[in-house]
Design a protein around this ligand. Structure first.
Ligand SMILES: [Zn+2]
Length: 245
C-alpha cells in the first residue's frame, strides 16, 4: 500500500490502515459516468478504492460538459466509460478501472452488478434506477441513490432488507422531463456525497443515510433530512425478511 498517498485519511482513527486495506480490496460499481458519476468516481479513485466498474453506454456530447467533469472538449464523441477510465487511471495508477460500454438492462444487469460491494446510482432516468434497485435487492448489495434537478439534489442509502427501497420511496414512477436542467456544481456536491456514503459503507464507520433522505437545495443553501417509510406491499422488497436499522 502506498502509505504516503493515503496518509491524510489513514490519520483518522476510524479509517486507519485497516480501513484503507478494506478500500483497496473493495469493488464499487458506478452506474452512469455523467454528472453524478464523474465526481463520485474521481473521489473514489483518489481515496484508493481498489476496483471501480464504470458502466455507461453513452458517448460524450457538448451539452454534458457543464457538469460531467471526467469528460473534456477533446472527448466529444468518445464512449463515456472509456473517457472515464483514462482520467481515473491517470489520477491513480494503483487502482483497477473497468469500463463497461453498456446500458443496464434486464438481460445484462445482474451480470454487470454481481460481486460489487456497493453500487452507486449515478443514472439520469428512473426506469433504469428501478431496475438497478431490483437487481441490488436480489443480489443483496447496498445501493446509494441520488437524483438531481436544477439546483436540487436528493440522496439516500438503501440496504436490502434493512431500509426502504427505491420502490418504497417512489410508489409511482416520477414524471421524467428530458432534457432536464442541471447546475453542474449541484451534480458535483451530490456525487461527492454518494462517494462518501460508499466509503463509509466499505470501511464501516459513521452514520450512513439509512432510511433517511437528504435533500439539498443549492439555491437557498438549505439541507433537509426526512425519514423514509418502508411499504409493506412494496412489489420489489415486500418479500424480504426485514430487520430495520
Ligand atoms: Zn421496497
Amino acid at each position: 500500500m502506498n502509505r504516503e498517498r493515503y496518509a491524510r485519511q489513514i490519520m483518522l482513527k476510524d479509517w486507519g490502515e485497516e480501513g484503507q486495506g478494506k478500500l483497496q480490496s473493495a469493488r464499487v460499481v458506478v452506474a452512469g459516468a455523467g454528472g453524478l458519476g464523474s465526481p463520485a468516481s474521481i473521489y473514489l479513485a483518489a481515496a484508493g478504492v481498489g476496483e471501480l466498474r464504470i458502466i455507461d453506454g453513452d458517448v460524450v456530447e457538448p451539452s454534458n460538459l457543464n457538469r460531467q467533469i471526467l469528460h473534456w472538449d477533446r472527448d466529444i464523441g468518445r464512449a463515456k466509460a472509456v473517457s472515464a477510465e483514462e482520467k481515473l487511471k491517470n489520477l491513480n495508477g494503483d487502482i483497477k478501472v473497468i469500463p463497461i460500454m453498456q446500458r443496464i438492462e434486464e438481460s445484462n444487469g445482474e451480470e454487470l452488478i454481481r460481486g460489487a460491494d456497493v453500487v452507486l446510482d449515478c443514472l439520469d432516468n428512473f426506469s433504469t434506477r428501478f431496475l438497478l434497485n431490483k437487481i441490488c435487492l436480489k443480489l443483496s448489495i447496498p445501493l446509494v441513490h441520488s437524483v438531481i434537478y436544477g439546483f436540487e439534489g436528493r440522496i439516500t442509502t438503501i440496504i436490502p432488507g434493512k431500509t426502504p427501497c427505491l420502490s418504497c420511496i417512489y410508489p409511482q414512477k416520477p414524471i421524467e422531463i428530458r432534457p432536464f436542467p442541471v447546475v453542474g456544481v449541484v451534480a458535483g456536491i451530490m456525487g461527492c456525497m454518494e462517494a462518501l456514503e460508499a466509503i463509509k459503507l466499505v470501511i464501516g464507520f459513521g452514520t450512513p443515510l439509512l432510511g433517511r433522505m437528504l435533500r439539498f437545495d443549492g439555491e437557498r443553501m438549505q439541507v433537509q433530512i426526512f425519514p423514509l417509510k418502508r411499504r409493506e406491499s412494496c412489489p420489489d422488497c415486500g418479500n424480504l425478511d426485514f430487520k430495520e436499522v
